[in-house]
Design a protein around this ligand. Structure first.
Ligand SMILES: CC(C)=CCC/C(C)=C/COP(=O)(O)OP(=O)(O)O
Length: 567
């Protein structure tokens, strides 16, 4: 791009005399709701409460490490700990237990032919899922014993509702070419749908567990959201563990207070930015941004990361609206150049609304630098800035296409659109804020676009484009994957959407494979990418739940950030 600016853009400081493309976004639904959570209200955990929590925690820890005659019975406990969202307290204990299970299974020490658990579908499926979730390459042959000679699951299994549900959850851990698990998914989905009708009156708790699973299986769902859902199910189960339930509820409520405190602070920053005046054309979605980031990491020790990432995603969201709609092409040229130079003196070249954005962005990265400088590691910050520059470049490339009315081929489109999905940026910044385990090698790996990142950005881009296609057609907007694919392959809209959603499914399989040993980077980074993908799957499953956040997104936010659990 030339560094000589066309004369006309120097006069663009009056932003209201230029014809601009606008979208019709609804205003924030949260107004000042979260601002009222003051620091004094937050996190009132007195000494007595602390003691109680520590006691409960120790009891659970003992349950996990206690030696039992048949370790398979402990699988249910570990599964519940994970699903209730408290496994971050017992990571070492759970790791050790599952490693032991993996070794024992491989040495044929777990199941024996005269053992009643040998034909327990639920236990086999749970073992399979938990081991794969922890990166162990357990073969899907564990399910062969449940199949008949024709390679089909035995119809008699239909009586085993719990087993069928567990097999369904396990099948979502599948990688490419695992036909047995494809078969398992088809078989279980059919029967689970039937159970909903069958059990809606006689066992509504089970019917609602099944219905939740069909909407979003454990593997694809944001853990915090699943945990909130699971509390309702777990406490109704007669076999539930009271100690675990009480501890998990207390932990959830304490974390919720912490999250409320964080969001109040972020909302104050957002209020100072005066979005409705400075960026009246943009989506005002700071609470939704926090929810997005909370889905990546919710644990107390990622407090700094949540603050920075929420601000980064919020600034990127405004940027997206500038590039997609509001900015004139000439302004966008300048804006992109300024971001690439990353130099506060560039601000003088920008129109007023971009000035505000640019200074806030540079200040934000300075805030991030200050937060990580204690570690004495500056390369992390460089990778962060580089990711933001790439983001701006990809947005600009799309604006250029729109400006020239250029329709790229599907492959060409995807190359740029994967970057503009924002997921390379978000994953980089989330790594930046993860402390000194994020070594230079980890960033080099990430910047080399590893398979898992490509799969995650593919899911993100395609899910977004499939649900946004109709809405964006209503205004001047760059082409989407749907349009490119339709015109390149001569397919109808429905066929195209089906094909793109198949690509999404394939990308999930890639993610599953990348999360198995041996791993290129430590598991926490892979979990971070997995959670980024999960939040996309949640927000963009039927509509763009970020932009149109009045419906299900509002309820999700309410359940995680407003309603406490009743003890
Ligand atoms: C992951 C990040 C950084 C999210 C920020 C918010 C955002 C841009 C959401 C997608 O909006 P969109 O559907 O309008 O995106 P696009 O214009 O890229 O299709």
């Amino acid at each position: 791009m030339s560094s000589h600016f066309p004369a006309s853009i120097m006069k663009t400081n009056d932003i209201y005399d230029t014809k601009r493309s606008l979208a019709n976004f609804h205003p924030t639904i949260w107004k000042e709701h979260f601002l009222s959570f003051t620091f004094d209200d937050a996190l009132k955990v007195d000494g007595g409460m602390k003691e109680r929590i520590e006691k409960l925690k120790e009891e659970i820890r003992m349950m996990v490490i206690a030696s039992v005659q048949n370790p398979l019975v402990k699988l249910n406990l570990v599964d519940s700990i994970q699903r209730l969202g408290v496994s971050y307290h017992f990571e070492d204990e759970i790791d050790q237990f599952l490693e032991h299970m993996y070794v024992s299974y491989n040495n044929s020490l777990l199941f024996s032919s005269n053992d009643s658990q040998d034909d327990d579908l639920h236990i086999s499926a749970l073992l399979f899922r938990l081991l794969r979730q922890h990166g162990y390459r357990i073969s899907c042959d564990i399910f062969l014993k449940f199949m008949d000679n024709n390679g089909k699951f035995k119809e008699s299994l239909v009586e085993d509702e719990r087993g069928i549900l567990s097999l369904y959850e396990a099948s979502h851990m599948r990688g490419h070419g695992e036909a047995l698990l494809e078969e398992a998914l088809e078989f279980t989905t059919t029967h689970l749908k039937a159970y909903i009708h069958l059990y809606s009156n006689i066992n509504p708790n089970f019917a609602s567990e099944v219905s939740n699973a069909l909407k979003l299986p454990i593997r694809k769902c944001v853990p915090r959201v699943k945990a909130r859902e699971y509390f309702e199910i777990y406490q109704q189960q007669p076999s539930h563990n009271e100690t675990l339930l009480t501890f998990s509820k207390l932990d959830f409520n304490i974390l919720q207070k912490l999250h409320q405190k964080e969001i109040a602070e972020i909302c104050r920053w957002w209020k100072d930015l005066n979005v409705s005046t400075n960026f009246p054309f943009a989506r005002d979605r700071i609470v939704e941004c926090y929810f997005w980031i909370l889905s990546i990491y919710f644990e107390p020790y990622f407090k700094f990361g949540r603050k920075i990432l929420t601000k980064v995603i919020a600034m990127t969201s405004i940027m997206d609206d500038i590039y997609d709609a509001y900015g004139t092409f000439e302004e966008l040229q300048l804006f992109t150049l300024a971001i690439k130079r990353w130099d506060m003196s560039m601000v003088n070249l920008l129109p007023q609304y971009m000035k505000v954005h640019y200074t806030t962005l540079l200040d934000l990265f300075e805030e991030m630098d200050k937060g990580i400088v204690n570690d004495g590691i500056s390369y992390r910050s460089c990778f962060g800035k580089e990711a933001m520059k790439r983001q701006a470049e990809s947005y600009f490339k799309e604006a250029e296409w729109l400006n020239k009315n250029y329709k790229p081929k599907y492959g060409e489109y995807m190359e740029v659109a994967l970057a503009s999905s924002g997921y390379e940026l978000l994953s980089t910044i989330s790594f930046v804020c993860m402390g000194d385990i994020a070594t230079k090698e980890v960033f080099e790996w990430l910047f080399d676009c590893p398979q898992i990142l490509k799969a995650s950005t593919t899911i993100s881009r395609l899910m977004d484009d499939v649900v946004s296609y109709k809405f964006e057609k209503e205004r001047e907007h760059i082409v989407s994957a749907v349009e490119c694919y339709m015109s390149n392959h001569g397919r109808s809209e429905d066929e195209t959407c089906a094909e793109l959603l198949k690509q999404v499914e394939d990308a999930w399989k890639t993610i599953n494979e990348c999360c198995l040993h041996p791993m290129n980077v430590p598991m926490p980074f892979l979990i971070c990418l997995l959670n980024l993908t999960r939040v996309m799957a949640l927000l963009y499953s039927h509509e763009d739940g970020y932009t149109n956040s009045k419906g299900r997104t509002k309820l999700l936010i309410q359940s995680l950030l407003i309603d406490p659990l009743h003890l």
